[in-house]
Design a protein. Sequence first.
Length: 182
Amino acid sequence: MALSLTLSLSCSPATERYGVDLSGRPVSDLGGPGIHFVVLVFAATDCPISNRYVPEIARLNREFSPQGVRFWWVFPNPSDNAKLVSQHKKDFAIHENSLLDVFQATTKRANATITPEAAVFTAGMHEVYHGRIDDRYLDIGRERPQAGHHDLEAAISAALAGKPVPPPGGPPVGCSIVFLQK
């Protein structure tokens, strides 16, 4: 509770561009030297479907990070505070960067509404893909044993090759993002 109060007093949408890290520091750069694309994976600690995608995102990170792709887990829900997300990262062995989207600016920029949902941006933060990770989930409670179409992987591969990025083959399935009241 004290951390969220501190964050709200020390950061504002004007001082943090994308959110804050788990130490409460504003994150103003998602890329960095040598980064060509940034992948944002919107997640929630209490969403079982988000949690089931941790191994897949780790696999994609291992495959694409050497090619200049940086992955971020973005936690947009107000209930996902730094302490909870830090424990969640330990519990699920998440090694990618994590971001608390305390003002939901990054979530809105990507038009994300579901966890898990992914967005791919160029290093200059121009969105080239937005949608599901794959087709593993047909609906809440309806899951394939394995994905048949890997939408996010195809999007990253196309972007890296300088080819047109294919649109997702269907909507993301998961938990709704809880948006802040205006």
